[in-house]
Design a protein around this ligand. Structure first.
Ligand SMILES: Nc1ncnc2c1ncn2[C@@H]1O[C@H](COP(=O)(O)OP(=O)(O)OP(=O)(O)O)[C@@H](O)[C@H]1O
Length: 265
């Protein structure tokens, strides 16, 4: 929400292509995300939004194009020739600059909330326990769950688990946060509490790329909305403009279909 321009983009994707067998899922995606910018990816099911998000975070290799995150080149180029392959250590280091939140919360069920939060900083960064605990507690305060620190995930609602997952991603002090339909698995009455945490994060200046079907969030919180269909970016622009006055016929049809669905909350 406080995008900085004329500086190195946080995400620079140039002509990203991705195939699963004969299925061409991404057909040349160009997208630059500036530090502090909040970008929502919207589009019909199967258009490649999640795949693109996963390419940003090295969770998928790419079959063409180049991707930079925070100034470092990510992944592969030229169909498996692996010109830009990084060492395992480089991948781990740059992954820790990126926090990712999934549709399913993916918390460790046998660990308490606090243990979920301090695991990665202790393992990856060899951080002292006291420091990891202090940061974890401060993040749990931020997402309104400090009193649940000693609970297990199964004792929390879906909305609370997703707020823990966001706090856990933030524990690694990422430069960029990726959200892959973070509210899709939630009961409608729990969606708002997660969107509120995400809105606070956006207001704090975090760079965010969010795959979502929550059009009100996209309109009110994002700086930019990118509409994808069939592996292409079809339309993009300032969030409110794209959502309220789309120019492309496919964007219009998509928005008409989702906006006519019953409200989530
Ligand atoms: N690991 C995989 N192996 C094979 N095909 C895959 C894999 N992941 C995704 N796909 C295919 O890639 C296409 C795009 O999927 P993706 O999940 O990126 O779309 P999406 O726009 O995020 O959809 P949705 O809104 O339903 O989540 C789909 O046809 C999907 O079946």
């Amino acid at each position: 929400m406080t995008a900085t321009h004329n500086v190195e983009p946080m995400v620079k994707a140039d002509a990203i292509c991705k195939n699963f067998g004969s299925n061409q899922v991404l057909k040349g995606i160009d997208l630059h995300v500036q530090p502090g910018e909040v970008v929502c990816l919207i589009g019909p099911s199967g258009s490649g939004k999640s795949t693109f998000l996963r390419c940003i975070n090295h969770l998928e290799t790419v079959d063409g194009g180049r991707m930079w995150v925070n100034g470092k080149i990510v992944g592969y180029d030229l169909k498996g020739s692996k010109l830009y392959e990084q060492s395992h250590n480089d991948v781990c280091r740059s992954r820790s600059e990126v926090g990712m939140v999934f549709q399913q919360f993916n918390l460790f069920p046998h660990m308490t909330v606090l243990e979920n939060l301090i695991e990665a900083p202790r393992l990856v960064r060899k951080e002292k326990k006291a420091k990891a605990v202090a940061r974890a507690m401060s993040l749990l305060e931020k997402v309104g769950l400090a009193e649940k620190a000693q609970s297990y995930p199964r004792q929390l609602s879906g909305g609370q688990q997703q707020r823990v997952a966001i706090a856990r991603a933030l524990c690694m002090e990422p430069q960029l946060m990726l959200f892959d339909e973070p509210t899709s698995a939630l009961d409608p009455e729990l969606v708002g509490e997660v969107l509120k945490v995400m809105k606070d994060l956006a207001n704090s200046g975090m760079t965010m790329v969010v795959v979502t079907h929550e059009m009100n969030f996209a309109r009110d919180v994002a700086d930019r909305v990118v509409f994808m269909a069939d592996g292409y970016v079809v339309e993009q622009g300032p969030a409110r403009e794209v959502i309220t006055n789309p120019q492309n016929e496919r964007t219009k049809a998509f928005l008409a279909s989702v906006l006519s669905e019953p409200a989530a909350a």
